[in-house]
Design a protein around this ligand. Structure first.
Ligand SMILES: C[C@H]1COc2c1c(Oc1cccc(C#N)c1)cc1nc(N)nc(N)c21
Length: 255
């Protein structure tokens, strides 16, 4: 069971965007980190990032544990219906919807997802006996980040022990009040055709400005530290995929 002192990791992909200054005293445009456009990612599928995200958020710290991914309802809805809730992780979806329609939708998605995964597993190995130590797929609907953390601790031990905790979208700003060490695993995304100029992505949703700022107690992690956090080698080198380059970096804020 993950102790309450275990870190909360924010995992995100961002891209630099020049936006008009909001400060009349300083009219110069500022660079912000874009994370979304029209309720989804600002770029077409980037395989290197998607597979990194899937591996890192699914990789449980030890057999018999399952990681949790905490997100806002809009982030949950941004995942293609046939893929949600994301497999081999416990999704905690934050919504203030009290009508129960979000909860009902998630329960229906989970039922279909489990049926599909069971059918795939059965097709793979006849008489498949579900490996009790394998990560499970589950989903809970909660009203806040704090209630997500509380409810996830309660789940831990009933069906599976809780592994790592990730915030994957929507409620990044809410972690300020969380009394845990905070980590950021960030994929930097830049669109830069070979030998050409950078072509910024259009974004309408941005990463909180004061995160990663040294003045707020954040520090950059080395590639070695980041590799230990995620359980695979991360070099911090830029990786080219078509017109896009990606680089995985880490930051940490000790409470
Ligand atoms: C799930 C959405 C929202 O958050 C994220 C998503 C994402 O896209 C998908 C879409 C469908 C399935 C999967 C999977 N598995 C990923 C990629 C992400 N990449 C980074 N680096 N960080 C995040 N927070 C990400």
């Amino acid at each position: 069971m993950a102790p309450t002192s275990s870190p909360l990791t924010l995992i995100v992909a961002t891209t630099p965007v020049r936006v008009a200054s909001q400060d009349p005293a300083n009219p110069e445009p500022v660079t912000r980190l874009g994370i979304g456009l029209n309720g989804t990612l600002p770029w077409p599928r980037i395989k290197a990032d998607m597979s990194f995200f899937a591996r890192v958020t699914s990789r449980a710290p030890e057999p018999g544990t399952t990681n949790a991914i905490i997100m806002g309802r809009k982030t949950y809805d941004s995942v293609p219906k046939h893929l949600r809730p994301l497999g081999k992780r416990i999704s905690a979806i934050i919504t203030r919807d009290t009508t129960g329609s979000v909860r009902k939708g998630v329960e229906e998605d989970l039922k279909k997802r489990k049926e599909k995964m069971a059918a795939l597993a059965a097709a793979k190995t006849a008489g498949n006996v579900e490996q009790k130590d394998e990560p499970i797929t589950d989903a809970i609907v909660v009203p806040s980040l704090d209630s997500a953390l509380e409810e996830l601790q309660e789940i831990s031990g009933s069906v599976q022990a809780l592994g790592k905790l990730f915030v994957i979208g929507g409620e990044f700003g809410d972690v300020d009040g969380v009394k845990r060490p905070l980590r950021i695993v960030m994929t930097n995304v830049v669109r830069k055709p070979e030998g050409g100029e950078e072509v910024p992505f259009e974004c309408d949703t941005f990463w909180p400005l004061d995160y990663m700022d040294e003045r707020n107690g954040w520090r950059s992690a080395s590639p070695q530290e980041l590799s230990e956090w995620v359980g695979e080698e991360v070099t911090g080198e830029w990786i080219r995929e078509g017109d896009v380059e990606v680089q995985m970096v880490g930051y940490e804020k000790l409470d």
